[in-house]
Design a protein around this ligand. Sequence first.
Ligand code: IMP
Ligand code: MG
Length: 175
Amino acid sequence: MKIHDKTFEPFISATEIDKRIKELASELNIDYQDKKPIFIAVLNGSFIFAADLIREIHIDSEISFIKVASYEAMQSTGNVKHLVGLQENVFNRHIVIVEDIVDSGNTLKHIFDMMDRLGVASVEVVSLLFKKEALQQNIPIKYYGFDIPTKFVLGFGLDYYGLGRNLKDIYQLKE
Ligand code: IMP
Ligand code: MG
């Protein structure tokens, strides 16, 4: 499949994604029982994952959104821009950050520091994808769907120059 100037090939199917999201949700349903967590989804990329995940969460919980950007085209810039801030009071609350993918970890480091300053009770991450070998920050990624190689992917919310977010499966750059 061609998107802009690049060719992508199927990588993780919608069926596999769906199965894994249900497994992640059941872990969260157990670990956060009675904790009334606030899920904070990081826009734009995580909107589809967050929508699927939250509908498998059966405990009392809230969901909110923040928008940050650190990625330009195919590279993490390390410079995190805050585009939409957090409205909720998170003081003393249990927070679960919902990410589409963790790459360098720069975005999450920034969010972790912010949560720290706001005095949350706890903070963990649930990310659909995790490029384990690309991680540069010392942050714990407690819940993730798939550990993937350091190769560019798109689909299921993830884009390449704005395109591909609507694809039901995840595709990987063909080299
Ligand atoms: P990090 O700050 O380097 O961890 O980058 C995290 C953000 O970069 C993710 O939330 C995505 O929005 C974006 N990103 C990282 N890797 C990819 C990729 O392979 N495809 C599309 N977006 C990506
Ligand atoms: Mg993202």
